[in-house]
Design a protein around this ligand. Structure first.
Ligand code: PEP
Ligand code: MG
Length: 291
């Protein structure tokens, strides 16, 4: 079985009706990319940049981040999708005092922190932009709930571009700016977001939690946490249709994308890209080829 799966690695993920599906890896660091390369990935659909922050003793500087993103960009065969800092919720930093919150998953996390700490956010954006000169880098914003947030984040990227140009530093001027689709608000506003984002990536881990009002980490209700719930599947369909209506690609980087049982449903809904941990790629590829 293992041999058979490995022999399929060179077969491109094309469905029987001829659609080429992009198969990407979810990673937390450069080492993860190295480990995923033998699976013949099309790129990285989710680089969780928070690990770089969590493993440090201080907010990593622009220079420190640039070195990491640059190495990652040079390793990636195709796209490298870097998600901007997604801390808060269940993820803390040892060197930063997060006030205790009643509902951390509904609290100060992800893009909310970045937009409140603009200087810190800009260091990350500048580092990513500079790395974009070394590969096909894309920027992805987490936990977006409003057009204002997306516009503000995009404006900060523009500001960083101008600064870098003035300093004579190079970057990909056409860098794509996309967003995670992981809040109910993002689903309901998907058509609007699709007009202003360059790509979508569906985060089923949070989307399931927020749509079903089921804490993703609570064992007592784990049987109710289900991304095959009709409400979640319906939301995924809405997101994909909205994206395609505006001509943008829609991927998925939540755990559902690495579940081979979900492949038929996600292909039927028109998903363009599956991004998952390296260990699942062989299995999902086999499913896709047979569909
Ligand atoms: C998600 O929410 O589905 C996701 C991919 O992000 P994370 O698991 O890091 O919250
Ligand atoms: Mg998430």
């Amino acid at each position: 079985q293992r041999r058979h799966l490995e022999s399929l690695r060179n077969v491109p993920a094309v469905t029987k009706d001829g659609k080429r599906i992009s198969l990407c890896a979810n990673v937390g660091n450069v080492e993860d990319i190295r480990k995923a390369l033998p699976m013949n990935i099309d790129g990285v659909g989710l680089f969780r940049s928070e690990f770089l922050y969590m493993e440090n003793t201080h907010f990593p500087t622009e220079e420190e981040q640039f070195e990491v993103y640059k190495e990652a960009a040079m390793l990636c065969p195709q796209e490298l999708t870097i998600r901007t800092l997604d801390i808060g919720g269940d993820k803390d930093l040892s060197y930063f005092d997060f006030e205790k919150e009643e509902n951390p998953f509904l609290g100060w996390r992800a893009i909310r922190i970045s937009l409140d700490m603009k200087e810190m956010f800009k260091e990350q954006l500048r580092a990513i932009l500079r790395a974009s000169a070394f590969g096909h880098v894309r920027i992805m914003f987490p936990m977006i709930i409003s057009l204002e947030e997306l516009r503000e984040a995009k404006a900060l990227v523009e500001e960083c571009k101008k600064e870098l140009s003035a300093e004579g530093k190079v970057y990909d001027e056409k860098i794509e700016l996309g967003m995670m689709m992981e809040t109910p608000a993002s689903v309901l506003l998907a058509e609007t977001f699709a007009k202003e984002a360059d790509f979508f990536s569906i985060g089923t881990n949070d989307l399931t939690q927020y749509l079903l009002a089921v804490d993703r980490g609570n064992k007592k209700i784990a049987d109710r946490y289900d991304y095959f719930h009709p409400a979640v599947v319906s939301a995924i369909g809405q997101i994909i249709r909205a994206g395609h209506k505006e001509g943008i690609k829609v991927g998925m980087c939540g755990e559902m994308a690495g579940d081979k049982r979900a492949v038929p449903i996600l292909l039927e809904l028109g998903l363009d890209e599956f991004s998952m941990s390296a260990g699942s790629i062989d299995y999902v590829r086999e499913q896709i080829i047979n569909m």
